[in-house]
Design a protein around this ligand. Structure first.
Ligand SMILES: NC(=O)c1ccc[n+]([C@@H]2O[C@H](COP(=O)([O-])OP(=O)(O)OC[C@H]3O[C@@H](n4cnc5c(N)ncnc54)[C@H](OP(=O)(O)O)[C@@H]3O)[C@@H](O)[C@H]2O)c1
Length: 319
């Protein structure tokens, strides 16, 4: 884990080369040389919202993955499923025969994911950078009825700290608190959480000085707090590794970890295929328990302090 952290940190510090796949472009921003009318980018948004590697993996899934028996299927919501790991997770779950609801930041990206992933049950929209939109998204999700699994996957990197805070931390908290709890929840975090701080003072005081690493520590601690507060439900967190998505290429076209392994843990947990994937309160990397964890994550006092800070910040208390 430390090796990966060092690699990612080195690339961040050495940032300068921009990826060949337009990674400097703001997700959802104007495309380079493509028409907006028919959606974003080329097939699967290569050069816009996806890398070639993600597009190749989406093709692999559509060609090779076969469905489960219907009795084994579930109803699953994946946030941030218009690109990267979220889209791969949604695509693979769909190919396995699950009923999948995708989430997009706006109507244009909803049109993109409907085109990319035929067979979705539906697509809900809401820009997680705007917390009022996140609240409306929670209401929309509740109107769709109960889910077996929600994957809190959406994330931002390399944008302003306020957006990082809202998308990576406050929105998962609000969705967790306002959506009828599913039987299982998964939260995407990162090994970079190790360099983070819970920033409770910022949260309580209305500040926005929260880095990506801080946000990933917050969401990992949130996951463990929810697992403790909701003992009848299954709640886990996943670090996917540094993989070649648009985010993974944010500082240049290099990512050392395996893309398929980057979403395999989410599928394994969502499907609950063996005993090891049916527990709660776990933090996994490539389907193995990850023990390189920040000290705050497993500390009930820190977890409660975080929940208290979230409640003060948002006016919403987790039940
Ligand atoms: N890739 C890595 O190396 C890596 C490493 C560690 C952890 N992770 C975590 O894994 C998760 C998935 O990352 P990824 O690599 O798949 O990133 P990605 O390719 O950039 O995809 C991010 C997804 O989140 C959505 N999203 C971002 N901001 C949003 C907003 N304001 N409202 C609604 N949706 C929004 C994106 O929508 P648009 O397509 O419209 O932008 C996209 O669907 C994230 O939580 C990330 O922190 C990734």
């Amino acid at each position: 884990m430390t090796r990966r952290t060092l690699l990612f940190s080195a690339a961040v510090l050495g940032a300068g080369t921009l990826a060949a796949c337009s990674t400097a472009q703001k997700p959802g921003g104007p495309p380079t040389g493509t028409s907006r009318a028919s959606g974003s980018g080329g097939r699967f948004g290569v050069g816009d919202y996806n890398t070639q590697e993600v597009a190749d993996e989406l093709r692999y899934i559509q060609k090779h993955v076969r469905p489960l028996a219907e009795k084994d299927t579930k109803r699953i919501l994946v946030t941030g499923s218009t690109g990267g790991l979220g889209q791969l997770t949604a695509a693979r779950l769909l190919a396995r025969g699950h009923r999948v609801v995708a989430h997009a930041r706006n109507d244009r990206r909803a049109a993109d994911v409907r085109r990319d992933l035929p067979g979705l049950e539906s697509v809900v929209t809401g820009d997680l950078a705007n917390l009022d939109e996140t609240r409306r998204l929670a209401a929309r999700v509740n109107r769709l009825g109960a889910f077996d699994v929600i994957v809190h996957n959406a994330g931002e990197y390399g944008v302003a700290n306020e957006e990082i805070l809202n998308v990576n931390s406050l929105s998962p908290y609000l969705l967790t608190s306002l959506v009828v709890p599913p039987r299982q929840s998964l939260y995407l975090t990162s090994d970079l959480h190790l360099g983070g701080d819970l920033k409770l003072g910022e949260l309580r005081g209305g500040g926005t000085d929260v880095t990506y690493d801080d946000s990933k520590l917050q969401v990992l601690t949130l996951a463990m707090a929810v697992a403790r507060r909701r003992p009848g439900l299954q709640v886990n967190a996943v670090a996917p590794g540094w993989v070649p998505t648009k985010m993974g290429f944010a500082n240049g076209p290099y990512a050392p970890d395996d893309l398929r392994a980057g979403y395999a843990t989410q599928l394994w947990l969502a499907e609950g295929t063996d005993r090891a994937s049916t527990g709660s309160g776990g933090f996994f990397f490539h389907r193995e328990p990850e023990d390189d964890v920040h000290a705050s994550v497993g500390d009930p006092r820190e977890q409660d302090a975080l929940l208290d800070a979230y409640a003060r910040r948002t006016g919403v208390t987790l039940r």
